[in-house]
Design a protein around this ligand. Sequence first.
Ligand SMILES: C[S@@+](CC[C@H](N)C(=O)[O-])C[C@H]1O[C@@H](n2cnc3c(N)ncnc32)[C@H](O)[C@@H]1O
Length: 274
Amino acid sequence: MSRRKQHVPWTTAGTASEQQHSADDVVRETGWVFNNRTGRGLDLAAFVETGDHETLAYLQAFEIADGIERQSLVEIGSGIGRMTASFSQMFARVTACDLDGAFLERCRETVAQFGRPDRLQTCHVDDGRTLLIADSTADLTFSYITLQHCHPGDALALTREAVRVTRPGGHVALNYRTWTASDAVLWPVGKVVRGSFRIPGVGSALARHRATARLGWQANRLDPATVLREVADQLHDVRLVHSPKRSAFGVEGVIESTYVGVHRSHWWLVATVR
Ligand SMILES: C[S@@+](CC[C@H](N)C(=O)[O-])C[C@H]1O[C@@H](n2cnc3c(N)ncnc32)[C@H](O)[C@@H]1O
């Protein structure tokens, strides 16, 4: 199991998910890790339904939904398959990638129950930054609420990997989080809390606790210019999609658009690979 600080809340939740008897119990115990919903009334069906509402909405908003029934998708940070089940219904092939092997096992179960398991492969991102996937093989590489939780260097490495595994003419749709006023507090507190996860005895309990885990996973904030410096020369038709509630980033040579489904602190890089 990885002991890197940024990985601790995820591997801890993964281990917790392994210990649950049923997939419904997994959602009740660790589902909040993915979509922040809690409650005894939750079950896997309700959890997957939240993903169903988001997948096609994003693809349509980003104008990359045409012909997907013949395409292959790589999803970075699939978790236990909240969105993967729906993607497997829409795409011909899906490769679900995650840092945590136990999540990938649960993802297979979720897709078996609510999606198309015959279309699913999984990819364990053991080092948090490398996809064991051949170059230029995906039509679309997608990532949602994942790159914000990685060490900044890993998030940028995964961005380069997303471009590498996507075929020329294919698309990337990658979600990031940037700075907001609340980060003046959240960011330093998150750093201290992540450090506490390594304290023998109490660390693993803190990483399992909802409030401290949520603080600890505040691992990076990336602005579009920093991300584009890594990959802009390999992309064209670059678009930044953000919330209508925030002002434009103002990056030269890049189209910006808004979509109501984007959180105020988030932004998406949507582009075609050269
Ligand atoms: C908030 S969850 C989002 C899961 C899914 N995208 C969804 O919307 O339900 C973030 C996921 O990213 C995974 N993750 C975190 N860091 C990662 C990394 N460096 N590489 C790959 N996956 C990572 C976690 O294990 C977790 O499953």
